[in-house]
Design a protein around this ligand. Sequence first.
Ligand code: APR
Length: 231
Amino acid sequence: MHLTKQDRLFVLTGAGISAESGLATFRGSGGLWNGYRVEEVATPEAWAADPALVWHFYSQRRHNASAAQPNAAHLALAQIERQLGDRFYLCTQNVDDLHERAGSQRIHHMHGNLFQSRCTQCNQPFPDTDVYETAAALPRCSNCGAPVRPHIVWFGEIPLDMDTIYDKLNQATVLLVVGTSGSVYPAAGLVHIANQKRTHTIYIGPEEPLNHQAFDEILLGPASEVLPSLF
Ligand code: APR
């Protein structure tokens, strides 16, 4: 695909782009929620009922993400960004840091960041790579003493900074979506917004997403194989 100097690329990624780095996707066999019901670990109700279980789950995810390495798909997006500069914007549903470690800079984590925590009272996110695996180890705010939670957008919560996302999408001429099942909104609805503006839309992944009918092009295959040769 050829991009001109007028083109602006908006990329949306999901768990599938990190699958080849060894991080489990959410849905499908081998998915992350296997063994955990989502309501047990990724909702405000779960946090209220059992913060130790929630922290145990996210501690495991911190551990797994730290051990993983960016793959060819993450690297390809960082390379495209170096060519496009401000005409590139990456919105990810992923909470891992593999895009950053691959070199991406213009990136927004709409579902939060695995390596940040925030005080439930002060609400300010801060960097945090620690793991909290026992009830005795549960973290508290150094300012006010309130419980500290993962800086993750749970089911039932509103994704971060949707205004900027819609703004960037409105400026884009191409929407590239990689490795997401198209089942969680509002992320799954971005392609419909792009269609209203006749923005060209492309999906990359080994199988069609739920919202496949909304895309102009579907490129079937693993992201690490399809993405590096796309532009
Ligand atoms: N390359 C590209 N895509 C892949 C690959 C691969 N190598 N392997 C799997 N996929 C695709 C699958 O086909 C699937 O469509 O990745 C997708 C993963 O889908 P989900 O597990 O549903 O992940 P995602 O869409 O990112 O989930 C959205 O749901 O659980 C919440 O907040 C969580 O951000 C997450 C959101």
